[in-house]
Design a protein around this ligand. Structure first.
Ligand code: SF4
Ligand code: SF4
Length: 359
């Protein structure tokens, strides 16, 4: 039987308030930190997006709903339960991207009750993470992460932002991740928000990013249970022919959207961080159909330079291919990163090259 269910990833930042003030935070400085979207407003905003842009799927859709921030635990348990009650008759699965600083028994119970998948972030080897209370960030974070793993038996996915300093400690980071029983997702620092102001000397090149991901993937293999993204993503794509997730896809307009604390609809948090024009206000149902269709049309163009290489789905993440209002029909900025990683995944696993790649 053909599964006609449409799966959406809906990322929501009902608040941008945070209990930390990290020096590389990508949230634009002009964001309205005071505004909090209520559970009802959030629910209406999502409904309006689905009705305006994805009407044909309204009878049969599945939502992977991600509470994002700011710090989503700041919203409190009542907020989360209220939103869940609004959505409980629909096909929702709940996720949370949190800094875990407020994690306690109450959150443990909520996560268990609604089968939340929780992910976190921490940037080892550096002092870019600060708590507003002045407490030691790592101490609180690692204590709560250990408790979460003990409570749930789940390895927690942890985003690490690679920068010029911590890129020299890839093996050490993997060893720590093994001790903590966590999985890693390696992102690289981007020139947005506070990072633009505070970290101009800390950016890394796409080549450095590629070699760092390859090293992490290769070294991480010595620990059987550990997953290091994006090496494992590419491994799955090659060996199991799975579909491409963000940031390798250029078709995300059909599967991912974000709602901010004003009810605006963005492509995703990265698009918002780069201050890309949003698709209008979902809360007041004033959505910009023209802009949505334009974005969709532009991202459907193929990239001649890709020459049959399909590692990042012919050009990959649209954000890395847009300059101002012009869509570049060129290879993705991170093309070289993905190809370095792809080669090392193939080599390490002695997998056959299935696509033509001309590096
Ligand atoms: S635009 Fe890029 S970062 Fe945003 S969802 Fe799509 S692939 Fe991911
Ligand atoms: S050539 Fe580069 S941009 Fe094109 S699909 Fe391959 S990795 Fe992606």
């Amino acid at each position: 039987m053909i599964d006609r269910t449409k799966k959406f990833i809906v990322i929501a930042s009902p608040t941008f308030i945070c209990n930390a003030s990290c020096s590389h935070c990508g949230i634009p400085s002009d964001i309205d930190y005071k505004k909090i979207l209520s559970p009802e407003e959030l629910y209406i905003s999502i409904k309006n997006v689905l009705t305006s842009f994805y009407k044909q799927y309204l009878d049969n859709y599945e939502i992977h709903f991600v509470f994002h921030g700011g710090e989503p635990m700041i919203l409190g348990i009542d907020y989360i339960e209220k939103f869940i009650r609004l959505t409980e008759k629909e096909n929702y699965q709940y996720f949370m991207q949190s800094n875990m600083i407020l994690y306690d028994k109450k959150w443990r119970d909520i996560f268990k009750k609604y089968d939340f998948k929780v992910s976190t972030s921490y940037d080892f080897y550096g002092d870019i993470r600060r708590l507003k209370t002045g407490e030691d960030y790592y101490k609180t974070w690692s204590k709560n992460v250990k408790q979460y793993i003990q409570d749930t038996g789940r390895r927690i996915q942890t985003i690490v932002t690679l920068n010029r300093k911590n890129i020299n400690y890839i093996e050490e980071m993997i060893d720590i991740a093994n001790e903590l029983n966590i999985n890693l997702e390696l992102n690289c620092i981007r020139p947005t928000g506070r990072a633009l102001k505070n970290h101009s000397n800390n950016f890394i090149t796409p080549g450095e990013y590629g070699f760092a991901m390859a090293k992490a993937y290769t070294y991480g293999k010595k620990y059987q249970d550990m997953k290091v993204r994006y090496g494992h993503t590419i491994e799955k794509i090659v060996s199991e022919n799975t579909s491409l997730p963000c940031p390798f896809t250029r078709n995300c307009i059909d599967t991912i959207f974000m709602i901010d604390s004003n009810g605006n609809m963005h492509k995703c948090p990265i698009a918002m961080q780069y201050s890309f024009p949003h698709f209008g206000n979902a809360l007041s149902n004033q959505l910009d159909m023209k802009r949505f269709i334009k974005f969709k049309t532009l991202t459907s163009y193929s990239v001649e330079d890709c020459n049959g290489c399909n590692i990042c789905n012919n050009g990959g993440c649209p954000i890395d291919r847009i300059s101002g209002d012009i869509f570049l029909r060129e290879r993705n900025t991170y093309c070289v990163s993905y190809r370095i990683l792809y080669e090392s995944v193939l080599k390490l696993n002695r997998l056959e090259i299935k696509e033509v790649i001309n590096i």
